[in-house]
Design a protein around this ligand. Structure first.
Ligand SMILES: *Cc1c(COP(=O)(O)O)cnc(C)c1O
Length: 395
């Protein structure tokens, strides 16, 4: 990747950078100096790829969804991140970052989580590496994602419910940053998406890029070509999308469609459609598109999906959307729920509600019969069963 890559100063066009409190300066500098060399080192690569293979179960399959393909009149492949250990793509990133934390001599790990998938993935690698783990989670999310909270407890993590703001992902991230400021020397902050100060967005994108690395090989095997016509993914902070598109960005023939959460409608006042609604601002250490009021206060986001309920978006995605490399569609709660039940009934796969937003794109877009579409199924729906059950009872 050349043209769309992060620059020396940590910017993607006008987005990115590292806007951090002074107390974290040394930590972020240390990361910035070391991450590329570390990620490229043969020792890291061996340990990372071995764990991805034997612990996570990679490569994740690329599955031709025949009934779905027939319905939407094209060839739809699902990249099955839902089959990973712990149930989503998040583990690709936490394995990489825990190895870096160990290398840097850190003993205490903190993380933020929304739906709890990143919290579970972090608690999992902390158990694996025998590290202390503290996960910050909005109190609203603790309520709606109980199964994942129980898993984190069982894995030995401390889960701290956050009572500020609307008690979701943004608020959890604020608390994690506050903790990091209080414990800068022994603590490593594993950020769960392509957000935060440079070098996190680039580091997380690289760790997730194994997704597109595999798609290329798998598509070549199945279709005789590496590139699909369309790539589709959902975006919360942007990590599964970044992984899905990473190795295709410079190939302009590949159309990229990302789905953000429209909640009850983009203009309903209850949405998390950051790229549609956001303006340039700074949140959690980076300059990016941000949902904000006229006087620059962060607007509380809303989505049925805890993993997409965030007022910002990665700086890489802000840039790609601004320069027109991506098409961004907004998918409502209702459309996502319909798509989730459709996939379940047609293919026997219960998706995470986040991933169901990507599936919602299929209704909005027209494809040609010869089009090859690869859609990232970022996670499985176990954690969302309570939400699915109450939706079905109401409908
Ligand atoms: C966390 C999560 C997301 C959203 O995060 P991204 O960083 O945008 O990928 C999407 N799908 C699932 C299943 C998740 O757990």
């Amino acid at each position: 990747m050349q043209k769309y890559n992060v620059d020396q100063k940590g910017f993607y066009g006008e987005f990115g950078g590292a806007y951090i409190p002074e107390i974290l300066y040394d930590n972020v500098e240390e990361l910035k100096k070391n991450y590329l060399q570390f990620l490229e080192s043969p020792d890291f690569k061996k340990e990372y790829y071995d764990l991805l293979k034997d612990y996570v179960g990679r490569p994740s399959p690329l599955y031709l969804a025949k009934r779905l393909s027939k319905k939407y009149g094209c060839k739809i492949y699902l990249k099955r991140e839902d089959l990973n250990h712990t149930g989503a793509h998040k583990i690709n990133n936490t394995i990489g970052q825990i190895l870096l934390a160990k290398k840097m001599g850190k003993t205490r790990i903190i993380a933020e989580t929304g739906a709890g998938q990143h919290g579970v993935a972090t608690a999992t690698v902390c158990a694996l590496m025998n590290m202390e783990c503290i996960v910050y989670m909005g109190a609203t999310d603790v309520e709606r994602q109980r199964l994942n909270v129980e898993k984190m407890h069982m894995l030995g993590a401390t889960v701290v419910p956050v009572e500020s703001g609307n008690k979701t992902l943004k608020d959890a991230t604020n608390e994690a940053i506050r903790d990091w400021c209080s414990n800068p020397s022994n603590t490593y902050y594993i950020i769960g998406s392509t957000v935060g100060p440079h070098p996190y967005p680039d580091m997380v994108a690289r760790l997730q890029s194994v997704i597109s690395e595999e798609i290329k090989k798998q598509l070549l095997e199945k279709e005789g070509r590496e590139a699909p016509d369309y790539l589709i993914a959902c975006i919360g902070g942007g990590s599964n999308a970044a992984g899905t598109i990473y190795h295709y960005l410079d190939d302009e023939k590949v159309n990229i469609i990302l789905a953000e959460a429209a909640g009850k409608g983009v203009n309903s006042g209850e949405s998390a459609a950051t790229i549609h609604l956001g303006k340039l601002g700074i949140v959690h250490g980076s300059k990016t598109l941000l949902m904000q009021t006229d006087d620059g206060q962060i607007q509380e986001p809303y989505s049925i999906s805890a993993g997409l309920d965030y007022p910002g978006i990665g700086p890489m995605h802000s840039h790609l959307a601004t320069v027109g490399r991506l098409e961004v569609l907004a998918v409502t709660d209702e459309e996502a729920m319909k798509a989730a039940f459709e996939l379940t009934r047609m293919e026997g796969i219960i998706p995470a509600i986040e991933s169901a937003h990507a599936l919602g794109v299929l209704e909005q877009k027209k494809f040609k019969p010869e089009d090859i579409v690869v859609l990232c199924l970022s996670g499985r729906g176990d954690k969302d069963m309570e939400t699915y059950v109450s939706y079905r009872e109401k409908n």
